[in-house]
Write a protein that binds this ligand. Structure first.
Ligand code: SF4
Length: 932
């Protein structure tokens, strides 16, 4: 079946001998590209291609006004609004209203509404006949009804403020437009009106015009087409099917029925009878959740790929809800080598929006101490873990590790002097003026670095758009001297700006599978179509853009309203059915998902199309589905990341995590999905542990490498302990105020820490003489993995190493319940090991590291403070015997298991799987991802 644009191209080639005389006016650039492609394919001669112009370009190129940034327009509107209404609203509060008023003005101009009449107030119904002299009685009735309601019903405060505002609106509109004109700038509707009201033959240089594929037209476009029709040799091609065209109640044909009277299709080309075609397969599929709709894509595409006439360029996935774009991208099967995205995408869903929010949080929570700017660790980590930094900044990992291993609450600016990007991000932006420059500057620095990175192609567009808008905001703030009460206002304004900002992705439409929004399908035909999110409220939307102009007044002045929107959605839907041969319509019935009802279009085709439609349900179990999603599949990129992790140093904690659940290791260390509570602010248990370690460090640090005898412990007087305690508290609560620190000292947790310190000191005193070699020292060991020709390193911070009775002890302090026994090393590396095995594995790995460093046998041990008493034995229990040192057998077993594990990690076909033992999932932060 030939597509609409192929038919048009054929006509053009057969009927115009000199294509240079021709200007083809199209709704959008994509339509033009396809016409060019078709014309080129239809002839084997070298020809001049006709000029093809998107309708918007006709208006822009024929106006002397220049399109201005929305922020600037709203700011100008704000000043005029304040002047005319006497309102004391701030700019950030006004912004939301500004967007609505600007959109109303845009409609007013595109639909050539007499603004003075629209904004007139009617105190007496008789005035209506004066103001609207010449209007039809039917229309006058609408406006009469409206003003009767406003005037007769009791005037509420809401109505009163509406009337007050309404009275000022015409003056605001006029002054706004005058000021813009003086500056030679405009919004889109103003440019359209400027051209439509001053149409002149000099603007048009072609002899022939062909107007292709328009549906809903605003009045400026109608004025333009009327002019071309009356002044030039102009023909029209409409794109419609008799199914909805001939039925006057079918909303999809509403605009075409009107257009066909004024601009009929030449030779009826483009008007088809295909929708009822018996050969057409239509299947409606219900899925159990919104995201699971995208999980059907691989199945459908693979089936189509097996069909002899499958052509990816003639296949479209059309999204009713742009939020499905990202999950969809993850669901497109590997067999699809090229796909192209063309749709509007809201920037609020983008990586960049999340990044901006991290930047703002970073600045809002920063502290300046002794002229040095310090950043709160959570904000720092959020930024370092953001995809931009993960991809762009190799130092991120080291800085994160540094913050984590030093348990830093605040990181000073000096920590980030290792690269230009980090320096740009981690600088102090104080007031609003600084923030207004800081955010776009950081984004620009990121943009410079991500151009050309495949994974971030979409974000390049998003960044460009946001930077443009934020620079306009900066100009308003700096040059117009906007002042804000607090820096939080900038954040609010930023959110308002990003909320409605959207980027139009325009990919390469002539190659590969097409991913589109419904709007982008205009004039295009596909053999195979998958429509997603065909839910009532999503497609069609049941809400309209906000407006200050009441519904009845919109109707009276023929401005777009809800019925208008419904007809546009209906046209998109039925037009896609027209020439396609295989259509899958997918919707979700997930309760609580917002929209769970099938779209009205599904019911319409079910009951009205009189054609066999297959209805099916895909009852995917979410668990199975999600398992598929989160299965950590290895590819070369992932393998490189694993290699990097092993070379940089894997911690005993990460090793434990891999043994317990490979998927959890993958999510945390390879995908770097942050455990939500991992670095959570001090819960009491963590705080207690930190205090204890700090105090022990303060007390023993002066005695490092000096033999401690029993009497030396008398030096640890209450006073000394209190000094160590105070220093420890100050270190732990580094950035808190003096008052907060003083208040903390009275907490019960401090008493418990002191009790533990005394227990540990007593225990050590009774085990003298001893010499402490190191405290909280960072150590590592390298393990060659010859099969892959790399050296993996294991690194960790060892609480304490000392020498007692000539034995080097590698010790770990623990305050909770602790398992100390193990049967053999192999059992520690088995996934079904006991929960407590991770502590044993950890201390054995520390011992392995230290044994390698000191080249002597060492004894691993756990100081379980709760159990310390005269007879406490810190040694591990190995096969029911106390372990005095990690002997060569243990060392060999550890090495073997580690190498085997590292090899498995690097083995391409062994993916990261979920643990079989669901008990391990109980406290896992990735439970939500896993649906466990
Ligand atoms: S929830 Fe269970 S299966 Fe999923 S990552 Fe966590 S431990 Fe592994």
């Amino acid at each position: 079946m030939r597509s609409f644009l192929e038919e048009i191209s054929d006509y053009i080639l057969s009927n115009y001998s000199d294509l240079r005389s021709l200007n083809i006016i199209v709704p959008n650039r994509r339509t033009g590209l396809f016409i060019k492609k078709n014309i080129s394919e239809l002839t084997d001669q070298t020809i001049w291609l006709p000029q093809i112009t998107p309708v918007q370009d006709i208006f822009y190129s024929n106006s002397t006004l220049n399109s201005a940034e929305e922020v600037l327009l709203i700011y100008k509107l704000y000043r005029i609004f304040i002047k005319h209404t006497g309102s004391n609203e701030s700019f950030d509060d006004f912004y939301y209203w500004g967007e609505i008023i600007l959109s109303d003005f845009d409609d007013i101009d595109k639909y050539l509404v007499d603004a003075e009449k629209l904004f007139s107030t009617v105190a007496d119904i008789k005035e209506i006949y004066k103001i609207f002299d010449g209007y039809e009685e039917e229309s006058i009735e609408i406006i009469k009804k409206f003003w009767f309601n406003v005037n007769q019903a009791q005037i509420s405060s809401h109505k009163e403020s509406f009337l007050d505002l309404w009275k000022s609106m015409y003056n605001i509109y006029s002054q706004f437009k005058n000021e813009l004109k003086q500056d030679n700038i405009a919004y889109q509707g103003m440019i359209y009106r400027d051209v439509a009201e001053n149409l002149n033959n000099d603007n048009f240089t072609h002899e022939n015009y062909v107007i292709v594929g328009f549906n809903a037209l605003n009045k400026c476009e109608k004025q333009l087409f009327n002019h071309l029709k009356s002044q030039f040799n102009t023909i029209f091609f409409l794109d419609a099917d008799n199914y909805y065209l001939k039925d006057k109640y079918q909303e999809a044909g509403r605009f075409i029925r009107e257009n066909i009277r004024k601009y009929p299709s030449i030779d009826n080309i483009g008007i088809s009878d295909y929708i009822k075609d018996d050969q057409k397969n239509i299947e409606v599929i219900m899925t159990p959740s919104t995201v699971s709709q995208t999980k059907l894509i691989p199945e459908i595409i693979s089936k189509w790929e097996g069909e002899h006439d499958y052509n990816p360029e003639k296949t479209a996935i059309v999204l009713g809800d742009e939020n499905l774009l990202i999950p969809l991208m993850y669901s497109i099967p590997d067999s699809v080598s090229t796909y192209n995205i063309s749709m509007g995408y809201s920037v609020k869903n983008s990586m960049t929006a999340a990044f901006i929010s991290h930047l703002i949080n970073l600045q809002q929570n920063k502290r300046i101490k002794k002229d040095e700017c310090n950043f709160y660790y959570k904000n720092v980590i959020s930024i370092l873990e953001h995809s931009f930094l993960k991809i762009l900044e190799p130092e991120s990992e080291n800085i994160k590790e540094h913050i984590s291993s030093n348990k830093m609450i605040y990181a000073s600016r000096s920590e980030f002097q290792v690269s230009e990007l980090l320096k740009t991000i981690f600088q102090a932006a104080g007031d609003t003026n600084e923030l207004a420059s800081y955010v776009p500057d950081v984004l620009y620095a990121v943009l410079q670095r991500i151009i050309g990175i495949d994974d971030l192609i979409m974000e390049v567009e998003v960044l460009n758009k946001i930077i443009e808008r934020l620079n306009a905001l900066k100009d308003c703030i700096i040059y117009d001297n906007i002042t804000f009460e607090s820096d939080k206002v900038y954040n609010k304004l930023l959110n308002s700006i990003l909320r409605n900002l959207s980027v139009a992705f325009e990919g390469e439409p002539l190659k590969g599978l097409q991913v589109l929004g419904f709007l982008e399908t205009r004039s295009l035909d596909f053999d195979r179509v998958i429509m997603l999110s065909l839910n009532e409220g999503v497609f069609p939307k049941t809400s309209v853009a906000e407006s200050l102009i009441p519904y009845n007044l919109r109707k009276f002045h023929e401005l777009p309203s809800i019925e208008f929107q419904d007809s546009i959605f209906a046209y998109y839907f039925y037009r896609l059915l027209q020439r396609s041969k295989d259509v899958k319509i997918i919707y979700s019935n997930q309760a609580g998902d917002g929209a769970s009802e099938p779209s009205r279009f599904i019911s319409q085709i079910k009951y009205e199309l009189n054609k066999e439609i297959k209805f099916s349900t895909k009852a995917y179990k979410i668990e199975i589905d999600s398992k598929k999603v989160v299965l950590g599949k290895k590819n070369q990129k992932i393998i490189s990341k694993i290699e990097e992790h092993l070379k940089n140093g894997i911690s005993p904690k990460a090793i434990n995590q891999y043994i317990d659940c490979k998927l959890s290791y993958y999510l945390e260390y390879i995908e770097k999905i942050k455990e939500p509570d991992k670095l959570e602010e001090e819960g009491d248990a963590i705080l207690l542990g930190r205090l204890f370690h700090e105090i022990m460090y303060e007390l023993y640090q002066p005695y490092l490498n000096k033999p401690l005898e029993e009497e030396d412990f008398n030096k640890f007087t209450n006073e000394k302990i209190n000094i160590a305690l105070n220093t420890a508290i100050e270190n732990v609560l580094e950035t808190q105020s003096k008052e907060q620190i003083e208040a903390f000292k009275n907490k019960i947790i401090v008493e418990i820490a002191l009790k533990y310190i005394k227990l540990q000191l007593d225990f050590d005193k009774h085990n003298t003489p001893l010499t402490i070699n190191s405290l909280e020292a960072s150590e590592k060991i390298e393990i060659p993995i010859s099969k892959y020709n790399i050296n993996a390193s294991i690194k960790g911070i060892i609480d304490r190493v000392d020498i007692k009775d000539k034995t080097i002890r590698v010790l770990d302090y623990k305050t909770g319940k602790t398992e100390i026994s193990f049967k053999d090393v192999d059992s520690l590396f088995s996934e079904d090991r006991k929960t407590g095995a991770k502590i044993v594995t950890q201390i054995l790995l520390y011992a392995l590291i230290y044994q390698n460093k000191s080249n002597s046998f060492v004894c691993p041990g756990i100081m379980n403070i709760n159990n310390l008493g005269k007879d406490y034995d810190y040694r591990l229990s190995y096969n029911r015997k106390r372990l005095d040192n990690i002997n060569s057998e243990i060392i060999n077993d550890l090495n073997e298991n580690l190498i085997e594990m590292f090899e498995e990690m690097l083995y391409t076909t062994q993916h990261f799987t979920q643990t079989e033992n669901e008990k391990k999932c109980q406290y896992c932060p990735y439970k939500v991802i896993c649906n466990r």
